[in-house]
Design a protein around this ligand. Structure first.
Ligand SMILES: [Zn+2]
Length: 477
């Protein structure tokens, strides 16, 4: 039996967190047990803690969690060699790479510039400054800013984010680049941009800020040793990210996963005839149609009202070599709950949750980890521990959430932002690509359920999702 995601659809609202120390204590206690199930709980606890530690850049916790994974994994005869490797790396080096998230500006790559250290005068050794990665040139070529590096530029050296404040008419586009700046005086002024600055922000981080008084349709891409940025000032700077120039956008493979299906109806609405499986199926089909029109390759995990196991859904996406995986769901709270108050749109990406309730659900879900360990436990879960993928999923979730809200608010009032959240969603675990799960609304809420049943609303929602996808690809080509 596959644990139904329906359970997870209930987790929302007022979540409270357990501290990492508590979680670690719990896992440590479970590890000592002679019961296999307890050791397995410990194993999952450590894995969740490890993900959490990666996200929080907590290297001490990473080490403790890895030790726990290895110890519990060995007891359970699970192949933990990958974790073992990570652990030995931790033990070897004091300097650890940290994860970057869109909000926290930090870098993935280890230190690449060695700074001279002060040595006693009688030391004969020469002190060398080795700049292994640096900016050699920065200049405008027409309306394109070209930054050239001493070596090839990989995506994970760049952390791009925006700070937009419409009220203050301040739109800042920021690139934190893990490199060093040899020359200090680049004059990169450019009208009508308010500011273009390039500076050594931190020891190993160069920050490029492009500031405008209007929102820019900024695009950027990588070309070997170059970072090319088109702020989009050639045309009207008043235009938003243009989604009409589809021919400029790369064509992608997208797998859409309409939640539930067949015998699994998912959440049931405030009235008996409202089923999550039908609503999400209609929205998924609309979304697929829009994306196909824009030239993307789109696949659905189910094309009719049929039951599909969770792991089959991500397996399918992996087989199709999808660039992104998007699972569509609808939320609900029990009928005894405050059905009129609980509504809104939420987007989740895979990550350990910081709530007790989510943990309980995750524990239940992760029991399946046992059966599925051969299928994807070893490869896929580890795969998803990949920092860049968590980051990409986080970014994808933000774009989806914001675009859906924007699209719907044009036409409706009371469109509630439930936020982008971390969740231990099993359906996302096996995905080898950036993945997100959208809870399009609460079928238990009479107002929202009526909207969700309405074809026009479904179309507009799908339109918002499609825009979110395009925005994501525009920024992450
Ligand atoms: Zn669901």
């Amino acid at each position: 039996m596959i644990v139904r995601l329906l359970l997870l659809c209930f987790l929302s609202l007022s979540l409270y967190g357990a501290s990492n120390a508590d979680l670690l204590k719990r896992a440590d206690a479970a590890l000592k047990s002679s019961k296999k199930s307890a050791v397995f709980t410990a194993y999952n606890g450590y894995k969740n803690l490890y993900l959490k530690a990666l996200i929080e850049s907590d290297t001490v916790l990473q080490k403790k969690a890895l030790k726990g994974i290895v110890a519990s994994g060995k007891k359970l005869h699970i192949d933990v060699s990958e974790y073992q490797k990570k652990l030995s790396k931790h033990l070897q080096s004091a300097v650890k790479p940290v994860i970057s998230t869109p909000q926290v500006k930090r870098f993935v790559k280890p230190v690449s510039v060695t700074k001279p250290t002060i040595k006693p005068e009688n030391t004969k050794k020469k002190i060398k400054i080795i700049h292994t990665h640096s900016i050699t040139k920065a200049q405008w070529k027409g309306n394109e800013l070209v930054i050239t590096f001493s070596k090839n530029l990989t995506k994970n050296r760049v952390n791009y984010f925006k700070l937009e404040d419409a009220a203050k008419k301040s739109y800042r586009y920021i690139f934190d680049i893990h490199t060093s700046l040899l020359e200090k005086n680049y004059n990169l002024r450019k009208t009508p941009l308010k500011r273009v600055s390039l500076s050594q922000y931190k020891r190993n981080t160069v920050r490029l800020v492009i500031e405008s008084t209007t929102r820019l349709p900024l695009r950027f891409w990588y070309k070997q040793k170059q970072l090319l940025i088109k702020p989009g000032i050639a045309k009207s700077v008043h235009q938003n990210v243009s989604l009409k120039k589809e021919e400029l956008l790369p064509k992608k493979t997208i797998v859409i996963d309409p939640g539930h299906g067949g015998k699994d109806s998912g959440a049931v609405g405030y009235k008996k005839n409202i089923y999550e499986k039908n609503i999400v199926f209609h929205i998924s089909k609309e979304l697929a149609a829009i994306l196909r029109k824009r030239g993307h390759r789109v696949h659905l995990t189910r094309t009719r009202d049929s039951f599909v196991k969770l792991h089959k859904r991500t397996e399918y996406a992996n087989k199709k070599k999808a660039d992104i995986f998007i699972s569509i769901h609808a939320n609900a709270i029990p009928r005894s709950g405050k059905i009129h108050q609980a509504y809104g749109i939420e987007t989740y990406f895979l990550s350990p949750s910081n709530s007790k309730r989510a943990e309980r659900v995750a524990a239940k879900e992760n029991i399946k980890d046992m059966d599925n360990m051969n299928r994807f436990g070893k490869d896929s879960f580890l795969n998803f521990l990949n920092r860049e993928k968590i980051l990409a999923s986080n970014k994808l979730s933000i774009d989806l959430q914001q675009s859906v809200l924007r699209a719907l608010r044009k036409h409706y009032s009371k469109i509630k932002d439930g936020g982008v959240r971390k969740g231990p969603f099993w359906v996302l675990v096996g995905a080898q690509m950036p993945a997100a799960l959208v809870e399009v609304g609460f079928v238990s809420n009479p107002m929202e359920a009526k909207r969700l049943m309405n074809r026009t609303y479904q179309k507009r929602l799908a339109q918002g999702l499609a825009e979110g996808i395009e925005r994501y690809f525009l920024k992450n080509p």
